[in-house]
Design a protein around this ligand. Structure first.
Ligand SMILES: [Zn+2]
Length: 159
């Protein structure tokens, strides 16, 4: 038996320390939280993606009375970007959550399904997506979505 360790490195910034283009991305993720359709959870999530052409697209979580029919903000955003610009790789994705009248103190992290979609997007375009997770007490910056999903399953395993 051997033990193998998987290490994920997270850079923790204060908002003010972020590079200007990432502040803009975080600002957009925060801005759109007001547009979330979250009547059941009251957990309003916004996501903003920065594309290779420096355009930013954003979207929010879309809930449904039949809960599994809803969709997280991260996946709505990535599918929107990949549909609108199928040939433009994303460079970064920011996520923010507004609940109980304020943004969360600690960064919100994507669910497993969203991590899988982000990984697929990285592999599709052959890029790393910087992931910014906004919290009032700090912003996590991960260099790639893959680092959020160790021991992941991807298309290479289907060959
Ligand atoms: Zn999700």
């Amino acid at each position: 038996m051997e033990e193998r360790k998987i290490v994920t490195s997270v850079l923790v910034y204060s908002y003010d320390e972020l590079p200007e283009h990432y502040k803009l991305l975080v600002d957009e993720a925060k801005r759109v939280t007001k547009d979330a359709y979250a009547p059941y959870s009251k957990f309003q999530v916004g996501a903003a993606v920065l594309l290779e052409n420096d355009e930013i697209l954003s979207a929010t979580n879309q809930e449904n009375a039949a809960y599994p029919s809803g969709m997280c903000a991260e996946r709505v955003t990535m599918f929107y970007a990949n549909s609108k610009y199928p040939n433009l790789p994303p460079k970064a994705l920011a996520i923010a959550t507004f609940a109980d009248g304020d943004f969360l103190d600690e960064p919100i992290t994507p669910c497993g399904a969203c991590r899988q979609v982000l990984l697929e997007t990285e592999l599709r375009y052959g890029v790393n997506i910087n992931v910014l997770l906004y919290g009032k007490r700090g912003v996590y910056l991960l260099s790639s979505a893959k680092s959020l999903l160790p021991l992941s399953f991807d298309g290479s395993l289907l060959k």
